[in-house]
Ligand binder design. Structure first.
Ligand code: ZN
Ligand code: ZN
Length: 91
């Protein structure tokens, strides 16, 4: 079966657990985009989404191993999403 498309995280991105995880990833990546080293409008990107069959839904954004998250600036992030589709792992 194909998982549904991953939508935006919406309000989950305002959750303090995401803010904490996001800060952790950004400081691991020294506060700059891993592609261009820019620091403008830094965002954290998921390299994979995980769909949990038992929950019939995607994991919450902070519940991923650190290596699946990288720091990107807004323009590299948008460029990445327009070129590549984030793979979905069904677990
Ligand atoms: Zn960048
Ligand atoms: Zn992304």
């Amino acid at each position: 079966m194909d998982p549904p498309a991953h939508g935006s995280y919406g309000n989950l991105l305002f959750d303090p657990r995401w803010k904490a995880k996001r800060n952790e990833i950004i400081s691991r990546d020294k506060g700059c985009c891993v592609i261009c080293k820019g620091t403008d409008e830094i965002q954290v990107h998921h390299r994979q989404y995980q769909y949990v069959k038992a929950m019939k839904g995607f994991k919450v954004p902070w519940d991923y191993p650190d290596y699946l998250m990288i720091t990107l600036c807004k323009s590299c992030h948008q460029r990445g999403h327009s070129k590549f589709k984030v793979p979905v792992l069904i677990i």
